[in-house]
Design a protein. Structure first.
Length: 178
């Protein structure tokens, strides 16, 4: 029970940070394009998790952000290539575009700063969702908004690690003095 009492602060910290992401979104989203959007905190929550997937450090955070950039670029390429191929290939145009681009981006695994392939697919998925379900979305406003919210989530990942480490060090120090 004693360990649970000490641990409970970590979920409290995460709950407060999640609250702050949502509050920040409700302040920020009315100023983001496209007009009339219903918010984008979901992108920040995704990238917050990707920060942990990337190793919980600055280099991982940079890799995560670059993965989102490459994911967005790959998504745009898929949409353009799929659109160009569909008149000739009908049903098979978009699947072929997806397959070709997915094949190509896997080679980024061999480039250290671009090697976070799961983050790339998460960033691409967020871009496809944005383009499909946000009225008035364009490549430019979707890219700017997604990368802004990605950065917010990554910053919250950094803050999470900082707060947890600080809390655990404080707990460790208090245990040593007992």
């Amino acid at each position: 029970m004693k360990n649970l009492k000490k641990f409970v602060m970590i979920p409290v910290i995460i709950g407060i940070l999640a609250f702050l992401i949502q509050a920040l979104d409700q302040i920020l989203s009315p100023h983001m394009s496209p007009e009339g959007n219903v918010g984008f905190s979901w992108i920040s929550f995704q990238s917050w998790a990707v920060y942990f997937l990337a190793g919980c450090n600055l280099k991982g955070g940079i890799k995560a952000f670059l993965a989102y950039v490459v994911g967005i670029g790959g998504s745009i390429l898929i949409m353009e290539l799929g659109g160009a191929l569909t008149p000739a290939l009908a049903f098979w145009g978009v699947p072929l575009a997806v397959g070709v681009v997915a094949f190509a981006v896997i080679f980024f695994e061999k480039v250290d700063l671009l090697s976070l392939i799961p983050g790339l697919f998460i960033g691409a998925g967020a871009f496809f969702a944005f383009m499909s379900y946000v009225p008035g979305a364009t490549y430019l406003n979707a890219s700017i908004t997604e990368l802004t919210y990605c950065a917010i989530g990554l910053i919250f990942g950094i803050v999470t690690v900082y707060l947890r480490v600080a809390y655990e060090k404080r707990q460790s120090a208090s245990n040593e003095t007992i």
